[in-house]
Design a protein. Structure first.
Length: 233
């Protein structure tokens, strides 16, 4: 890997596995300073071991984004450790149940929305005062946004798409690039839970989908929405 992200300082959530871990490793491997976060700090142990063995500048903070106060604490602590934040990757999320809205359990709805929507808002609000002008907010969305029978997850990704567009306009004076990236099918635990009959060998590993995340961190602005599976540059 090249050092094309030297000097970049990034916070990546949901980084203990899947797409989040792949992005954190891609950033750190290219020279960025990274704070990786997940719900439980011990889940980040394997990533920290990899970072130490590789000589990467990667730190970890455990935080439950389902609690707004925890999300705000994560933003403040990450900014303190990094000095500033150039890139925020809002990747953490819950799937919940794949159930029609007419039957969707309210308690599960509240859990999913707390992490996938309110947590993203609270963390981004906490990070923005310490985000460099010209920085980037990357929100992980999904092709399931608005899709029937996907319940709260579907609605939460519609909200992420809407928030991304709003932030893109509201933060234009600071030249902060706000992009929703849909990784598409990836070999993750969430994908396996959503598609239990699918052969995981038929979908790409998360590491194959980090192209747009790296390009945006390096300064690219591909617009408000990107499909990682279609990324060619």
């Amino acid at each position: 890997m090249t050092g094309d992200l030297e000097g970049v300082r990034a916070l990546v959530t949901g980084a203990s596995r899947g797409v989040g871990r792949a992005v954190a490793e891609a950033y750190a491997g290219r020279g960025a300073r990274v704070v990786a976060s997940a719900r439980a700090g011990e889940h980040l142990a394997a990533l920290l071991r990899t970072a130490a063995a590789s000589g990467w500048a990667l730190d970890a903070i455990g935080a439950d984004l389902g609690a707004p106060a925890e999300a705000a604490r994560l933003g403040r602590e990450a900014a303190a450790r990094l000095g500033r934040i150039d890139v925020l990757v809002n990747n953490a999320g819950l799937l919940g149940e794949r159930t029609p809205l007419a039957d969707f359990p309210i308690e599960v709805w509240e859990q999913v929305m707390a992490v996938n929507v309110t947590g993203v808002l609270a963390l981004t609000q906490a990070v923005l005062p310490d985000m460099a002008d010209g920085g980037a907010i990357i929100n992980v969305t999904s092709g399931a946004a608005g899709r029937p029978t996907w319940g709260a997850y579907s609605i939460s990704k519609l909200a992420i798409d809407g928030m991304t567009g709003m932030w893109r306009r509201e933060l234009a004076d600071r030249r902060i690039r706000c992009v929703a990236v849909n990784p598409g099918p990836a070999r993750t635990r969430m994908r396996a839970a959503a598609h239990p009959g699918e052969d995981p060998e038929t979908v790409p590993r998360p590491s194959a989908l980090v192209g747009p995340f790296v390009a945006i961190a390096a300064g690219a602005d591909p617009g408000s929405h990107v499909e990682a599976a279609e990324w060619t540059t």
